[in-house]
Design a protein around this ligand. Structure first.
Ligand SMILES: C[S@@+](CC[C@H](N)C(=O)[O-])C[C@H]1O[C@@H](n2cnc3c(N)ncnc32)[C@H](O)[C@@H]1O
Length: 260
């Protein structure tokens, strides 16, 4: 893609989604956009721009395709164990969580199930920038294939609603609130005991990654936890007022001056 084509595409992103895509890694955008154009039979960026003229539904599909939605229930199981052990030490009622970049909802639902199984009440805010994936997440309904990711002892939290269809029971589902939130452009909520932001920062350029990590750290209560994806590192964690307490697990320092 030429520099001018990037400019045109970034301009369309600002117009249609209010999003500054320059904060995303270009290699990632290039790969996804090229595959999307091939699938749609579009030869180049000018063809893409022409196809998208006055078509919000088309741009919603482009946005959805650019963002990768891979997720699964109990993804990185050993990490969940370390994480729940840490968070369950807190006496707070209810525990307040934010799943940022929640995709189709496997992450907040796993968390809600684990907290319920541990007898702890919780409130979970689950956000994503992609409205299409949020629509799917909000149903809290799942097919047989993804249900197989759920260990047997937790199947009781899902009710069968069709031959191959399951739904999270409402007594758990009502503690999860799905909302659109863009990590690069929206104001941040705050007051969380734990924030999960897994496999999202990897798509951002280093400076955007730093800004987002800083805002996530600010959104935590003192001694709250930030959980990143298994393959993600946060080399700058010291400057964020965090300490490493486990694999991909950080804790906000209650009194940063005392710990210097
Ligand atoms: C690979 S999925 C990760 C899902 C889940 N956190 C996990 O680890 O299983 C990345 C998600 O981040 C979302 N995302 C990408 N950029 C975002 C942004 N700027 N703000 C909020 N969500 C974003 C995507 O729409 C996608 O659903």
């Amino acid at each position: 893609m030429t520099e001018q084509e990037w400019e045109n595409f970034f301009g369309a992103a600002r117009r249609w989604w209010g999003t500054d895509l320059t904060s995303y890694k270009r290699t990632h955008l290039d790969r996804r956009l090229t595959t999307f154009m091939v699938q749609e039979g579009l030869t180049d960026v000018p063809a893409l721009m022409a196809r998208g003229q006055n078509d919000p539904e088309f741009w919603e599909r482009v946005h959805s395709y650019l963002t990768i939605h891979v997720s699964e229930f109990f993804r990185d199981a050993p990490y969940w164990q370390a994480w729940t052990q840490a968070i369950l030490q807190r006496p707070d009622v209810p525990l307040k969580f934010w799943s940022a970049g929640a995709s189709w909802g496997a992450e907040p639902v796993t968390l809600a199930v684990l907290m319920n199984a541990a007898g702890r009440s919780c409130e979970i805010l689950a956000t994503d920038s992609d409205v299409a994936i949020l629509r799917e997440a909000k149903t809290m309904e799942y097919g047989q294939e993804v249900m197989s990711q759920i260990p047997m002892q937790y199947r009781q939290y899902f009710e069968r609603i069709g031959p191959d269809r399951w739904r999270l029971i409402s007594s758990i589902g009502r503690h999860i609130r799905f909302m659109r939130h863009h990590l690069l452009s929206d104001p941040y909520p705050s007051g969380f005991h734990g924030i999960l932001c897994r496999n999202v920062l990897i798509y951002f350029e280093p400076s955007a990654r730093w800004t987002v990590a800083q805002k996530l750290a600010q959104a935590l209560l003192p001694q709250g936890y930030l959980w990143l994806g298994a393959t993600e590192t946060l080399l700058e964690w010291r400057g964020l007022g965090l300490r490493v307490v486990g694999p991909s697990l950080f804790q906000k320092i209650a009194n940063p001056i005392a710990e210097r």
